[in-house]
Design a protein around this ligand. Structure first.
Ligand code: MSP
Length: 629
């Protein structure tokens, strides 16, 4: 039995999921579905990384216990995956009892092997990376990934003798060129290994950080979060005794982005070696999704959320875009414009039209019944051979993580089929009763191409594939696997077509329609509303503006001082205003009124019974400077 095991990183629960997390997990899901189609027995693991400094800090900031906080954010990840049609076999959490036991077991093994010692160490600790950075890694004294200055920490801790395995690891990488891939990342790891490898600090004193798994040999210490986290890949398949472990560990493929190459490419293999466990099969490393020129982060405010995109553009379009746009291993820019272009060109136009044109012709010319093919001609054979080739290439291309390549090859087939329609002009054949068999052959070839396309896109776009199969009236979609594409002509003649709605509506038209509707109803989006910066302001001083009986000049506090000019002099005396808490628009373009610059606008309404202007205030004391939502 052919088998394969895919893992994603287990994500920190210190932030909500974004498209970076979604990408790796969708890649794992696509691979998992693909290998199932290819007849493999598969296992797919994802989960959350819940111990350590980062999570403890985030919990503190949220005013929750680490456990309650971890439960909540882990729940967000767990609930997200099914919404993206991602179907892992197990969702693991490092706070599970089973995992704690495995971590302690492995620590004990490494300890018993003589590879753990107690010592003192001072170093540059980056809280973002949760590890000590070497002098060489620092850029201008800062962590290159987080842009923050690491803290210098000196304390007594336990160390893993990683240095002992340096040469062994170099030899392993030399002997197994595809252990880490693509090659650039293997080279990066070999680059790290050209410098002497330092031992790894694998504990934290409980006095500094209690949120971790206790060391089995010293109760005053907890396990360093990376030593804990990496082991999830074993717990996830029931190491040590589980039958899944023996079946799936030898075929383990990790998926990660380049940010965590060092722990996976260096710590993990040496840990496994020391514990006497065979190594994983492949480490597959991809690049970053870049949004507005930089890696996504909360502080940069450029986080893209997967569900927003799903809701706006549809799930399959989102999955397709991620896999088509990124060359596995390289960075990619994310933009909604690029996503819309892909939807309109590749999905609505190329694929959507091929399906709707073909089915419309089968309905019109053959009453919706799949015709029997006659003797094929050269152009028919060209189409058939192109379909067989895409199917044949699929497995080797996917084995090399060539998602965009496989999609390109499927789209070459789709485009060839669209050209074939134009060239064969079935509508002309339909006019000539002598050409009936020719028309049958052409229509059959188009339908059979669509059968191939549906199977090949199904790991990427499961819903679209199902819709195509349903519209084509394929009676046994479960039998539609890669094996069924070894042969041309499996689609049975005589079946009933049921043409349905367009697979992928074009986006612009839809958006325009939406925008049109909103304009008509004078509706703004939530995003539009978010652009308004409304703040709680306290009036510090007020005075009349000379030569105006309408305007007052106010000084207000919104966390910083602002000057406002407001047309409320007929309703309020300056002395009545001082000390009042009001609401202002803080991000309005400044303007000069009677020579005074107004840096904002206060909110007011008409009073009842012609009472002039009344100010918007609060019914309880509001915090000065806070946002009004
Ligand atoms: N908890 C560790 C992993 C432990 S694995 C034993 C961790 N967690 S994380 O939440 O920071 O997730 C990092 C991973 O999220 C990356 O390796 C990648 O899979 C994904 N991504 C996060 N941001 C990303 C991009 N901007 N682009 C692509 N993938 C990104 O590190």
């Amino acid at each position: 039995m052919k088998r394969v095991y895919f893992t994603t990183p287990i994500y920190y629960v210190n932030a909500e999921p974004h498209i970076g997390h979604a990408y790796t997990t969708i890649v794992a899901d696509v691979l998992n579905r693909f290998y199932q189609l290819a007849g493999y027995q598969t296992f797919f693991l994802t989960g959350t990384d819940e111990h350590g400094d980062k999570v403890a800090q985030a919990a503190r900031a949220a005013g929750e216990t680490p456990q309650a906080y971890a439960d909540r954010i882990s729940g967000l990840f767990r609930a997200l995956w099914p919404k993206l049609n991602i179907t892992p076999d197990r969702f693991i959490r490092t706070t599970e009892e089973a995992h704690k036991k495995v971590v302690q077991l492995i620590l004990q093994k490494v300890y018993d092997a003589g590879d753990i010692y107690f010592g003192e160490y001072g170093g540059h600790y980056c809280r973002g990376c949760e590890r000590f950075l070497t002098e060489k890694e620092l850029v201008d004294g800062k962590c290159p990934d987080h842009g923050t200055e690491p803290e210098f920490i000196k304390e007594k801790n336990y160390f893993f003798r990683m240095s002992k395995y340096q040469q062994w690891l170099i030899d392993h990488l030399q002997a197994n060129p595809d252990f880490i891939r693509p090659e650039r990342y293997r080279n990066e790891v070999l680059g790290f290994l050209r410098e002497p490898l330092e031992d790894l600090c694998i504990s934290r004193p409980k006095s500094r950080l209690a949120w971790g798994i206790p060391l089995p040999f010293d109760a005053d210490y907890v396990t360093y979060v990376w030593f804990d986290a990496l082991i999830n890949y074993l717990t996830g398949i029931d190491y040590p005794g589980g039958e899944k472990f023996s079946r799936f560990w030898p075929v383990c493929q990790h998926l990660i982005a380049k940010d965590i190459l060092k722990p996976h490419g260096i710590y993990w293999p040496t840990m496994l070696k020391s514990a006497g466990i065979p190594l994983y099969h492949h480490l597959n490393v991809h690049g970053y999704w870049i949004v507005s020129e930089s890696k996504m982060s909360k502080s940069r405010g450029n986080i893209v959320k997967p569900l927003d995109l799903k809701d706006k553009y549809g799930l399959d379009a989102f999955r397709y875009f991620l896999l088509r746009e990124m060359v596995f291993g390289l960075d990619s820019n994310f933009s909604e414009t690029a996503l819309i272009n892909r939807i309109n060109a590749d999905l609505a136009n190329d694929l959507g039209n091929l399906l709707s044109r073909t089915l419309a012709m089968v309905e019109r010319f053959r009453g919706g019944i799949v015709p029997r093919s006659g003797v094929p001609e050269e152009k028919d054979l060209e189409l058939k051979n192109s379909a067989l080739k895409s199917a044949r290439d699929a497995e080797p291309v996917m084995a090399e993580l060539g998602f965009h390549k496989l999609l390109m090859s499927i789209w070459e087939l789709i485009n060839l089929a669209n050209k074939y329609i134009d060239g064969m002009a079935p509508w002309a054949l339909a006019k000539d009763p002598q050409k009936a068999e020719r028309l049958d052959t052409v229509l059959y070839h188009l339908l059979e191409v669509l059968r191939f396309v549906a199977v090949l896109i199904s790991p990427f776009m499961p819903q679209a594939a199902e819709k195509i199969q349903a519209q084509m009236g394929i009676p046994d979609p479960a039998d539609q696997n890669l094996g069924s594409l070894k042969e041309w002509g499996r689609l049975k003649a005589g079946g009933q077509i049921r043409k349905g709605e367009a697979l992928f509506p074009r986006v612009e038209e839809d958006k325009k329609r939406e925008e049109g509707k909103m304009e008509a109803a004078n509706i703004i989006t939530y995003d539009d509303f978010q652009k308004l910066d409304l703040r709680v302001a306290k009036v510090l001083a007020a005075e009349n503006i000379k030569k105006s009986d309408k305007l007052l000049k106010l000084r207000v506090d919104i966390g910083e001082e602002r000057t406002l000019v407001a047309g409320i002099a007929r309703a309020y005396k300056p002395e009545d205003l001082v000390g009042k808490t009001i609401i202002i628009v803080a991000n309005l373009q400044p303007t000069k009124l009677m020579g005074v610059e107004s840096q904002g606008m206060l909110l007011a309404a008409d009073g009842a019974d012609g009472a002039g202007v009344v100010l918007a205030t609060f019914d309880k004391e509001a915090k000065v400077g806070s946002k009004v939502r």
